[in-house]
Design a binder for this molecule. Sequence first.
Ligand SMILES: [Cu+2]
Length: 154
Amino acid sequence: MKRLVLSCLLAPAFLAACQPGSTGSDTGEPVLSYEDAFIQAPLAGRDVTMGGIRITVEGGGVTLTGVTSDVAETVETHTMEMVDDRMTMRPVDGFEIKAGDTLVMDRGGNHLMLFGLQEDLAAGDTANITLTFESEGGETLTLEAEAEVRAVGE
Ligand SMILES: [Cu+2]
């Protein structure tokens, strides 16, 4: 089985190499890249928080099918929507990303939700986030992201 995996486990200074456009593929197989992966430091006493990431795919479309992290028991993908004039969030099982597009997960919109956090997680830490995708051809792809734990408001 052919598996295209792109890891960007690099310091911020090297992230330019992982930005959209630098990983294009002519083979028709999706190539994933990411930037700006973060986890918001949990409020004191809470074991739930949110996170974000920008994922770009080149060369073919994918669906984001699952997320895990080494600092959380479970990770869900959520979106925000208006229900009865109030912004609420709900889980989304599969985010589609078309070839050439970027899925933005950040505060106030699509985002990651982390449950069962490791107790000592704090701003300044780094955490691994593993994202699993299915290509249009049915292949499984994995993206390993390194996320920065940021204080609220940073
Ligand atoms: Cu949420």
